[in-house]
Each structure stands twice: as C-alpha cells, then as structure tokens.
Design a protein around this ligand. Sequence first.
Ligand code: NAP
Length: 269
Amino acid sequence: MMANPIKIVIAGPRGRMGREAVKMVTHQKHFQMVAVIDKGNDGKKLSEVEPEFHGVDCPIYTDIHTCLKATKPDCLIDLTVPDAAYYHAKSALELNVRPVVGTTGISPDELEDLKTLANEKKLGCIIAPNFAIGAVLMMKFSQMAAKYFSDVEIIELHHDGKLDAPSGTAIKTAEMIHENRELKQQGHPNETEKLTGARGAELYGMHIHSVRLPGLIAHQQVIFGASGETLTIRHDSYDRSSFMTGVKVSVETVMKLDGYVYGLENILD
Ligand code: NAP
C-alpha cells in the first residue's frame, strides 16, 4: 500500500526558482501541493494567474498563518526573499510544519533563531543555500583541497537579478574551507586597494569576489594557489532545474529529521 503523499506548500511559486519547484512537486506521485503563498492573488487558483500551470488548481494565499492553518501541510518550501523566508520558516515551525528553505541572504541571527526553534520543537528544518548536487561536491572538494593549500580565492558568478552578495554558497564554501585550512591572511601584507573593493570581500582571511551579469545563472570557481601550481574547482548551473533534485531530497529528508540542518551536504550520504 502506498504511503500518504507529503503535503507541500510552496512560497514564491511565480519566481524563477519557485516555478521549477511547482513543476517538480506536481510531477512526483509521493508529493501533493496543497497551496502556494504569493504576494498577491489571494483566493485565486494558481492555474488562473499562471497559464503555464494549466490544471494546477491549488489555492493561493497571501497570509502564511491562514494558509498553514487551512491546508495543514507537512512541509513548506520557501523560494522568496530573505525577510519573507525567515518569517515563513518561523511561522511554519510554530505551526508544526517542516521548512525547506532555499532562499539565501537570511541573517546569521535569524538562522540561529530558526535553529533554536526547530531543535526545541524537535521538528525537521533544512536551510540549503545551494540545492545543486554538483555545487555541494564543489564545496566538499574545496574543503578537501584546503588541507593542502592555504591560499585560496573564491569567485562566484550569478545573474544580475540576484539580491544578495556574496552568494550563500560562497559564504558556505569559505566556512567549509576554514574548517580545514591553516588560518592565513592572504596577499602582500602591505597591499592597498586603489579602488575600494578591488580585492573583494574577506572572510577568515580569504577573498570572495561577486560577479553579476545577465546570461549567467549560478556559477562558482574556487582557485587554490601554491608554489608553481594552481588548482581550480568549478561548478556551473546552466538551468534552474539543476536545483530540483536537491529540493526533492530535502523534502523527503526533512520529514525524517528532528531538528535543524544547514546545507545540503549534511543530508547527502
Ligand atoms: P525571484 O525570481 O525574484 O523569485 C522570488 C519570488 O518570491 C517572486 O515571485 C516574489 O514575488 C516572491 N515573493 C517575494 N516576497 C514574497 C512574499 N512575502 N510572499 C510570497 N512570495 C514572495 O528569485 P529566484 O531567482 O527564484 O530566487 C529566489 C531565492 O532563491 C533567492 O533568495 C535566491 O538567491 C535563492 N536561490 C537559491 C538556490 C538554492 O539552490 N538554494 C538557487 C537559486 C536561487 P514578486 O515578484 O511579486 O515580488
């Protein structure tokens, strides 16, 4: 006998990522999309406002509390903007709904709040700045390399509609590298910037550079340097469908968790 499908609400269904998530969720037999949360169109059906989703007749809500109380989902997928994502995830946890958040740019204090709440309530909660499996491997390989190379620069490249810089993936990569890398202030000790920002942002003595251009989706290269050699580890997402395997695995996994997890790498074997 087939188990009951996982009931899902998607916040941000008309965004670039949200659209892919709607397609992915509606194509899975073991998932059931019970509602979506949008900034407008309260009370309408998704199929009415988005012809692309012909036949997807789930209701649209603008208020998360009303939505979660009325539809009683198991899981909330959030692909919106940082302020809304924090509010949505917090509200979901308060109402015993498990969040899977792909939205980036949530502040460290807000993440800490979500961690405390999820762990107190013993409810699964996954925050993943990058759902692409290849990107997770890029981060893991970079962390491995950092044991042998302490000089590294991270260059992340994204479409020009991205709100936050540097990307959540770049920050997470730097944090993972930091766990294995000998602490080092890179570059010449007397270097000066003739133009502010020329050396990028700095985290744990590593430099992170953000490129924003139309035509790009999500890309990152991590360049390690040592005497006479460099090692470049690069990942490219050419299409937002690349993130959906990670969203699917996260929804399946969050149902089995009893607390907070940050980063897809922590739920993959
Ligand atoms: P997007 O195209 O701008 O979509 C965001 C959507 O959220 C828009 O439809 C927006 O509606 C909606 N929204 C904003 N506030 C809302 C609210 N309070 N309630 C409901 N919906 C709301 O952005 P995107 O490219 O899809 O990216 C979304 C997020 O995912 C970003 O934070 C991005 O960095 C992140 N991202 C994560 C991954 C990952 O793998 N984890 C990959 C790519 C992107 P309006 O247009 O009406 O304002």
